[in-house]
Design a binder for this molecule. Structure first.
Ligand code: MN
Length: 243
């Protein structure tokens, strides 16, 4: 089975929490859904965008849609909502979502700069590539990873849910092995904690019964590092088929 834990904190600077997440076993189903959305937009539009995206995603999955189609439906829903309501104009959200099937088979879909990581035998690997300007600069060699972390335009996205009528969705599949851990998080966590620090914290915290303590420790570490943004983390540990 898949063991789940999740949490979110507004951080020390922002008044609202525009991040949202899902972490559940889908009702009447042998599948689990985990997702993180980091909304953007003035007033409370960011919250509308992230929650609408997740609600649409979940609804479509329960109706039998595939994950990528459900993500496209989420894009349409957010895009249409802001066309209908000028107060929400300019809103959008990231969306990183995974469906885990009964044998530990993971389908992953991703748009934006939230992230999915896989911790396997103490090694942390990124499963997603940020759709951000600085990520493109890092890939082209124009910026180092460290420079990107401090770049003034580091929050500029090249893709988001709800900002255009259609959006290209990155897709990946992973086969989980027993004791593997998936981490989905918003940039409030990954910007505060470099991968090496994240890996060190995860290795210490995700093996016990209480996965929730692992989430709390990650969020606390991001708060201690400044807490400049909303912080969200979802942990999912595959304990094997029969456990
Ligand atoms: Mn954020």
């Amino acid at each position: 089975m898949l063991r789940l834990a999740a949490g979110s904190h507004p951080g020390w600077v922002r008044e609202n929490n525009e991040d949202a997440y899902l972490a559940e076993r889908l009702p009447g189903d042998d599948r689990w859904l985990i997702a993180v959305a980091d909304g953007m937009g003035g007033h409370r539009a960011g919250e509308v965008a992230s929650w609408l995206a997740l609600a649409t995603l979940r609804e479509r999955l329960l109706e039998g849609a595939g994950l990528a189609d459900a993500v496209c439906a989420a894009n349409e829903a957010v895009f249409r909502r802001q066309a209908d309501d000028p107060r929400l104009s300019g809103m959008g959200t990231t969306l990183t979502a995974a469906v885990v099937g009964p044998g530990g088979a993971v389908q992953l879909c991703h748009v934006g700069d939230s992230r999915a990581y896989l911790l396997r035998q103490g090694e942390l690997a990124r499963l997603t590539r940020d759709h951000s300007l600085v990520e493109e600069f890092v890939r082209s060699g124009a910026l180092t990873e460290q420079e990107a972390r401090r770049h003034p335009q580091r929050n500029l996205l090249t893709r988001a849910i709800g900002t255009e009528a259609t959006v290209p969705v990155d897709e990946a599949t992973v086969q989980l092995k027993p004791a593997d851990v998936l981490l989905l998080c918003s940039d409030g966590l990954s910007e505060a904690l470099p991968d090496a620090r994240l890996a060190a914290l995860l290795v210490q915290q995700v093996t016990g019964e209480d996965l929730g303590a692992g989430v709390e420790i990650l969020i606390q570490a991001a708060l201690d590092a400044g807490g400049a943004d909303n912080i969200t983390a979802v942990l999912a540990r595959w304990d094997g088929e029969d456990s």
